[in-house]
Design a protein around this ligand. Structure first.
Ligand code: ADP
Ligand code: ZN
Ligand code: ZN
Length: 816
């Protein structure tokens, strides 16, 4: 093959690759999948070689690759194939896809170590005596000499000019003079300062100030010893206060090692080894039968909550490994990677040393380390969130997608893709089995199981004949008529929590908004305080004492007067999780309460701490957002309260009913998983809605039938494919012009095979300072959509509409 010209995918928002010349010394070391440093305009960029080509495009000046960064290619041929598929199907820039697939660049600094071998030592001795040997050139002998000077080992910094290029390194390696280690360097261990309440304090003589009291509550009752930064955040206290309390002997502190990869709950975790029950056994048998075929296939494991799906997954992975293949397990939440990762380690860790965990909360260094462990074959099982579908495993035999219906599998920024759907495509490319699991499968997947495209496996009952939790509706209309109060905690929910507390069991309380109040309104003129960048109202965060936009992250001070009419009748309404936590603390002053949402669980550590405290029994009530609904296996939860089922029901989205049903069924699944029976209270103003009625019965198929009927009538997925096209820009007139142009392109195509709705203002008319217009495309055939849209994008290029102004969302999950 001619390897003098290649196409490189660059991290630019452009839907093309770029052709570069490969200088002759790099022939042999540049391969498809290699990361390379190339000149682009006036910059240097890191890209990935996707293919060799025969001819350069006409006209353009051909430039050369400056450096090869990988000794062996970062991406496998299968991943390049997958990247191409994603770029084509989702109409996204290949550079974006490839960037999502490759490990963070920071790792280039510390990743590779060169070590002088014994032969190398000997050679450099003789070299220093002036003899030339092995046919080395000057820069290579100089490098050996330098290596020797550095005590025989050094790390490569591939961008440094002083180092030999990859082909020289490979030559030295071939001659046995050096060894190259794709090393996981052991860094100096970091520590963190942990603060604790000093129990035998001599502070009885002095009453505590409010902030001091809060710190005492946190350290002594609610949480136990805490890392300093977390304490400051939770107590909303200044560092100087803590320092003073330390001096006064109220607190004590010490340094603790902080190993980012360490999992504090790992210790002593024994492998659960349940005998499978008959249903689990039957499911596993079907999965094994599928393996026997050695061919691609999709299976949908529909198992009610608590039916023991994880146990089936683990055995399927075990079987895959025994066949000499590798496996990917995708989970929807970071917290679940920890839980399932732990189980996988306890099952497969010792034998294969081989479980890697990949998710977005890892630091770049951790991510790079895990990624390379997979790439060089040290890890053969990968557990992770969405992007772990790009794990550089070879010989994949099984891809599991747990809770396949979860929206978190959909990436809502470039490159937009659906992790579950990519999983199926990857499985097909690898000739592997895709195993989708859920208690509430998405409409699409269950529909495919019904028409034979997927194989359906079912677990109808909970393990050990435990019954599903009893679900009851709290009709908020009745509640209001009786109490004339609009508290988010109805009297029934209050009584239920009280009962938990007296029985020493635990309660989960779910609310689907974070913050303190999600709307700030002027009573005088009716204006609501909106984000300066988005057409969305600001959320009040009490602890942080400010307003925040949950879409763009902008911050405002809390206004004293209405920004429009200057009246002082500003009021806050719509209670969020922060408010609910405060209320619960007031109503149950003796309970140990914690909150879990994106504000309190910003890092993996914080997640772990709270979840660990709850499952360890150090908390009575856990309040939080949907984060709580997913997957967790808490043994002592007897009550789950859903503060309002309505907010998700009333979203302007055809999937609102499906989402509501899924959420309610999932949370209901958190109750009664241990020995104790569970109970669920759902508060709603619409007790008659079928999504709520079916959730009460936990009747998946009944819901599916009703919803499917609606989808058929309205020609929505799974009966049609959708694409959402957003035209956006900071100048309104410009966006209008572009929308009109696109509309001219689309309108002749608006026929039987494709329906084109729009342009209309998008439901989120302004986002991050951009105006947004929307087209919605529907077609019974997806390939028709793909073809039409790629034509539309070419048309945009011709009309010089910038590529960043037109955003295509294939198979959108949200139409906002
Ligand atoms: P799901 O994911 O289906 O909701 P899990 O996999 O979390 O359910 O399993 C629920 C609980 O049942 C876990 O604590 C698990 O250890 C336990 N379990 C699984 N299989 C069995 C079995 N065959 N016998 C007894 N307990 C089991
Ligand atoms: Zn006003
Ligand atoms: Zn905003």
């Amino acid at each position: 093959m001619n390897c003098s010209l290649c196409n490189v995918a660059l991290p630019l928002p452009l839907r093309t690759t770029f052709t570069y010349a490969v200088p002759e010394p790099m022939w042999g070391s540049v391969k498809p999948g290699s990361r390379v440093l190339v000149p682009f305009r006036k910059k240097s960029l890191v890209g990935v070689v996707v293919e060799f080509v025969e001819n350069a495009p006409q006209g353009a000046k051909l430039r050369e690759i400056a450096r090869v960064l990988d000794i062996f290619p970062a991406l496998t041929p299968k991943l390049i194939e997958l990247a191409n598929w994603i770029a084509h199907y989702y109409l996204v820039p290949i550079g974006d896809v490839v960037r999502a697939m490759t490990p963070p660049l920071t790792e280039l600094k510390s990743q590779r170590q060169v070590v002088l071998t014994e032969a190398g030592h000997a050679a450099s001795e003789s070299l220093s005596g002036g003899e030339l040997s092995h046919g080395l050139v000057g820069s290579e002998t100089a490098f050996l000499a330098m290596l020797k000077e550095k005590k025989g080992a050094m790390c490569l910094k591939p961008r440094a000019k002083s180092e030999p290029d990859v082909s020289s390194l490979q030559k030295l390696q071939r001659l046995g003079l050096i060894e190259i280690r794709e090393s996981m360097q052991t860094k100096k261990q970091k520590t963190q300062r942990v603060v604790a309440w000093k129990a035998a304090g001599n502070h009885a003589d002095k009453p505590l100030a409010e902030k001091e009291e809060r710190i005492r509550m946190l350290l002594e009752r609610e949480r136990g010893p805490l890392p300093l930064p977390q304490l400051l955040r939770l107590a909303n206290a200044a560092r100087s206060l803590v320092e003073r309390m330390l001096r006064e002997g109220l607190l004590e502190s010490w340094e603790e090692p902080l190993d980012p990869a360490e999992d504090p709950f790992d210790a002593g975790y024994a492998r659960s080894a349940h005998e499978l029950n008959a249903e689990q056994e039957a499911a596993l048998k079907a999965i094994r039968a599928r393996f026997e075929l050695c061919a691609f296939g999709v299976q949908l494991l529909h198992g009610v909550t608590g039916s023991g799906k994880t146990e089936v997954y683990l055995r399927a992975v075990q079987d895959t490994l025994a066949r000499g293949k590798t496996a990917i397990v995708l989970v929807p939440e970071i917290a679940l990677t920890l839980w399932i990762g732990r189980q996988c380690r306890s099952w497969f860790g010792a034998r294969f040393e081989g479980v890697a965990v990949l998710h977005s909360a890892l630091s770049d260094a951790e991510r790079a380390r895990e990624w390379w462990r997979v790439r060089i074959g040290d890890a053969r099982v990968v557990v992770g969130t969405r992007s772990a579908i790009f794990a550089p495993l070879e010989n994949v035999g099984l891809i599991i997608v747990d809770e396949e219906q979860e929206t978190s599998y959909k990436q809502e920024e470039a490159p937009r893709y659906h992790g579950r759907d990519v999983a199926i495509v990857r499985a097909k490319m690898e000739n592997a089995v895709a195993l989708l699991g859920s208690a509430t499968p998405s409409m699409e997947s269950y529909y495919h199981a019904g028409n034979g495209k997927y194989e359906l496996l079912t677990l109808t009952s909970r393990v050990r004949d435990r019954s599903l939790a009893r679900v009851e509706i709290v009709d908020l209309r009745e509640e209001f008529q009786q109490t004339h109060q609009a508290s988010p905690i109805s009297s029934k929910l209050h009584a239920g929590i009280q009962e938990c507390l007296s029985n020493r069991t635990q309660a989960l309380v779910l609310i689907n908004r974070r913050g303190y109040s999600w709307s700030v309104l002027c009573r005088s003129c009716g204006a609501s305080v909106e984000c300066v960048n988005c057409s969305i109202s600001m959320t009040h965060h009490k602890q942080r004492n400010r307003l925040e936009c949950h879409y763009c992250g902008s911050i405002q001070a809390i206004p004293k007067r209405c920004p429009k009419c200057q009246s002082q009748y500003i009021y806050f309404f719509g209670e969020g999780s922060e408010h609910l936590e405060e209320r619960l603390r007031k109503e149950f002053p003796d309970a140990r309460i914690a909150r879990l949402d994106r504000d309190t669980a910003r890092t993996k550590r914080q997640y772990q701490e709270t979840l660990g405290a709850f499952s360890g029994g150090a908390l009575d009530i856990l309040v939080g957002t949907q984060m709580l609904a997913k997957g967790h296996d808490f043994q002592r939860v007897t009550l789950v309260g859903v503060v309002s089922a309505d907010s998700s029901l009333s979203l302007p989205d055809f999937r609102a009913a499906e989402r509501t049903f899924q959420l309610l069924t999932q949370v209901a699944g958190r109750a009664g998983r241990g020995e104790l029976a569970g109970r669920v209270l759902i508060q709603t103003f619409y007790p008659g809605h079928y999504a709520i009625q079916d959730a009460v019965k936990q009747g998946y198929t009944s819901f599916f039938e009703r919803e499917l009927h609606f989808r058929r009538m309205m020609a929505y997925p799974p009966f049609t494919s959708l694409a959402n096209v957003i035209v956006r820009g900071t100048r309104l007139e410009q966006v209008l012009v572009w929308s009109r142009q696109l509309s001219q392109y689309f309108s002749p195509h608006d026929r039987e095979k494709v329906r084109i709705l729009g342009p209309a203002t998008a439901p989120l008319a302004r986002l991050k300072s951009e105006h947004r217009f929307q087209f919605l495309l529907k077609s019974p055939k997806r390939s028709v959509l793909t073809k039409l849209l790629s034509g539309a994008l070419e048309y945009c290029d011709r009309k010089e509409i910038p590529q960043t102004a037109v955003l295509v969302d294939m198979d959108p999950l949200s139409l906002l």
